[in-house]
Design a protein around this ligand. Structure first.
Ligand code: F6P
Length: 342
């Protein structure tokens, strides 16, 4: 059996560990052959491949990014896209099955390709942890660690100057990174996309912290909506992938806090630092297990399925189920954290 592996969409710590886990299990247990497809679906369409064997994956689990490169190319778009073309390229390379590691867009495309008869298994990837049907995705734990360390560092400088710090973390649609890093870092307020808040409420929390003689620290997801100030969010337009341009909500909130409370305030956007560098130990283990489970799914011919974490167990779920909706932060989890605000 010859297995192709590709990584698609935004990168994420742990991608290389998936590749290593899949290759080592495939080679050792099944004597499988592997080929790496460069830059997501684009590599398949443009014929860019790299050799993958037990030597080329040595030491990979601790390496950030993806050795295969990534892109957001949609396999259904362009004159060389579509299931027939993709199958033709796979046949030319003698590839029997593909492991597609990616987020919602990648998995949705993978499902449509399997509907057309292609042999694909999905591996969920997102630092945002927003994919339904898996309790955790690798990359999330690393992102939370990085954000927590940043919050700890910002706190000491906030304390030195008596300033309010507004720390912006990733989370386009959901607030998991903000919720976990905010709780770990002892934030005085956590602002997430699922729960719009008004600037008045935020200032109330800030003032109550100041009144106790402390420097307020606020963690905000990039996708948070400030209620009553929605128009301020819409001016940034769409990016190259037709998604609303994000980044900078903290730069809107910090000056408002300063103007309304008189507390000197600073915004820090953590951005892609949260996706960079080596994966945490937890993510290395989860990603390695995902890679090995993808091999099991291939040999069980579970085309159109995805590996997922349920509690501490791995399971195989249909990609359809997995892409059926975002895993948002439940209201109870937000309220649990909100007891600590202010
Ligand atoms: O989807 C994961 C994510 O990290 C989002 O939180 C963020 O909005 C997005 O990727 C940014 O992706 P990029 O800058 O690579 O387009």
């Amino acid at each position: 059996m010859k297995i192709g592996i590709l990584t698609s969409g935004g990168d994420c710590p742990g991608l290389n560990a998936v590749i290593r886990g899949a290759v080592l299990k495939g080679v050792r247990v099944h004597d499988a052959e592997f080929v790496g497809i460069r830059n997501g679906w684009r590599g398949l369409v443009e014929g860019e491949y790299v050799k993958l064997d037990r030597h080329s994956v040595r030491g990979l689990s601790r390496q950030g990014g993806t050795i295969l490169g990534s892109s957001r190319t949609n396999p259904f778009e362009g004159e060389h896209g579509g299931p027939e073309n993709i199958q033709k390229h796979l046949d030319e390379q003698g590839i029997d099955a593909v492991i597609a590691i990616g987020g919602e867009g990648t998995l949705t495309a993978a499902r449509r390709l399997t509907d057309a008869g292609l042999h694909i298994i999905g591996v969920p990837k997102t630092i945002d942890n927003d994919l339904a049907a898996t309790d955790y995705s690798f990359g999330f734990d690393t992102a939370v660690e990085i954000a927590t360390e940043a919050i700890d560092r910002l706190r000491t400088t906030a304390d030195s100057h008596g300033r309010c710090m507004v720390v912006e973390v990733m989370g386009r649609h959901v607030g998991w990174i903000a919720l976990h890093s905010g709780m770990a870092g002892g934030a005085h307020a956590i602002l997430i996309p699922e729960q719009p808040e008004s600037i008045e409420q935020i200032c109330e929390w800030v003032e109550s912290v100041r009144d106790r003689g402390r420097a307020p620290v606020i963690v905000v997801s990039e996708g948070f909506l400030l209620s009553g100030m929605e128009e301020a969010h819409s001016h940034k337009g769409l990016d190259a992938f037709n998604r609303p341009r994000l980044g900078g909500i903290s730069e809107l909130i910090a000056p408002e806090i300063e103007a309304r409370t008189g507390i000197e305030s600073r915004a820090t956007v953590l951005g892609h630092t949260q996706r960079g560098g080596a994966p945490s130990a937890y993510d290395r283990v989860l990603a390695t297990r995902f890679g090995m489970a993808a091999i099991d799914a291939i040999y069980a011919k579970e085309w159109g399925s995805m590996v997922a974490l349920n509690g501490t167990d791995l399971e195989i779920v249909s990609i359809e189920e997995a892409t059926g909706g975002l895993k948002t932060v439940p209201r109870e989890r937000y309220e649990e954290a909100a007891v600590l605000f202010g």
